[in-house]
Design a protein around this ligand. Structure first.
Ligand code: AVJ
Length: 322
């Protein structure tokens, strides 16, 4: 793999492809085959994810939206006036929009995402609705350090917006590292609005990731289609099955793709062997308790100010400041 130029162009499309190739080849060569879940979100994957969010079985989006609409007045009060909202992994920005509309004179919105098409469409939509708001999309991977340098230096009071239980995709150690990195971007008095899915009955959890309409299955398998298309792979999609289960000890839903036969697959000219029943681990979705979330925030330099939850305590949103 040629590496020249990568340092100078950390977020260019060709570097994204190189990074994708490196991650896939390394992941498939590991003893437990694994693929990073951030690669789910190509154009088709992003659409499939939007369909997942509309499923009855996938309660997360609905419950979070309900908490937001019930708590909107309280939230805008604790956020305060003249805030610049920064959203890592903003996607279609549909969660920020109602919040921005309700907020007290927000000055700017910085949605940060790897997908420019979706961001630019969202920018136009939000800009039309809030003409005086400064909407500035930032293209990049929020887990990289370089993307934060693209944020304009300003004296605006920042609040990070990290809803959707995206934090769940990180192991507890990775989550601590990420929140520490977030905290480093903030000055005293600046904050984070963090949404996370809570530990609950495993039947409810497993239904959310193994929905009856099989959209999550399509979402999971689309990763193989993407590898076929972009990295010259020859996965036979029908030779893999979708699996999702809740692991009580690890406190997470794991998604896997299970090989249904002994088979060989080629990606970018490299061959990988699968035994029947062997899996590719494609996603972790960690679930938190309220006290676990509070501890995570405290350990990473935040002081929790307030939290909101639904009456079943399926989901929680925390506001915390550094
Ligand atoms: C967007 C990471 C919160 O883990 O619930 C949905 C992604 N994966 N269905 C989640 C997802 C399978 C989702 N997050």
């Amino acid at each position: 793999i040629p590496t020249a130029g990568r340092a100078g162009l950390p977020d260019s499309p060709s570097n994204h492809r190189l990074q994708f190739e490196r991650d896939v080849l390394a992941g498939l060569a590991a003893p437990q085959k694994t693929l990073p879940c951030k690669y789910f979100y190509d154009e088709i994957g992003s659409k499939l994810f939007e369909s997942i969010c509309e499923l009855e079985d996938y309660y997360l989006t609905r419950v979070e939206a309900d908490i937001f609409s019930c708590a909107l007045d309280e939230m805008t009060m604790v956020l305060g006036q003249g805030v610049a909202l920064v959203e890592p992994g903003a996607g279609n920005c549909e969660k920020a929009e109602p919040l921005l509309v309700a907020m007290n004179d927000p000055v700017a919105y910085y949605p940060l995402d790897i997908s420019p098409e979706i961001l630019l469409a969202a920018q136009q939509r939000i800009q039309r609705r809030l003409p005086t708001l400064d909407v500035v999309p930032v293209i990049g991977d929020f887990t990289s350090t370089t993307v934060w340098q693209q944020l304009p230096k300003s004296h605006q009071r920042k609040v990070l917006f990290f809803p959707g239980s995206t934090i769940g995709n990180f192991t507890p150690e990775q989550a601590r590292e990420l929140l520490q990195r977030f905290a480093e971007q903030l000055r005293p008095g600046e904050g984070i609005l963090l949404g996370a899915d809570l530990v609950k009955d495993s039947v409810v959890l497993e239904r959310a990731y193994h929905d009856s309409a099989h959209v999550t299955e399509a979402f999971n398998k689309n990763l193989l289609t993407r590898i076929n298309n972009e990295l010259n792979g020859n996965f036979n999609i029908d030779d893999f099955a979708h699996r999702a289960f809740y692991h009580r000890v690890r406190q997470r839903v794991e998604m896997h793709l299970v090989s249904l036969t002994d088979q060989k697959v080629e990606v970018s000219g490299q061959q990988f062997e699968f035994a029947e029943g062997e899996t590719i681990h494609t996603e972790n979705s960690h679930k938190y308790t309220l006290s676990g979330l509070r501890t995570l925030l405290h350990e990473t330099g935040f002081t929790t100010q307030k939290f909101w939850t639904d009456n079943k305590q399926h989901y929680a949103i925390y506001y915390a400041e550094v």
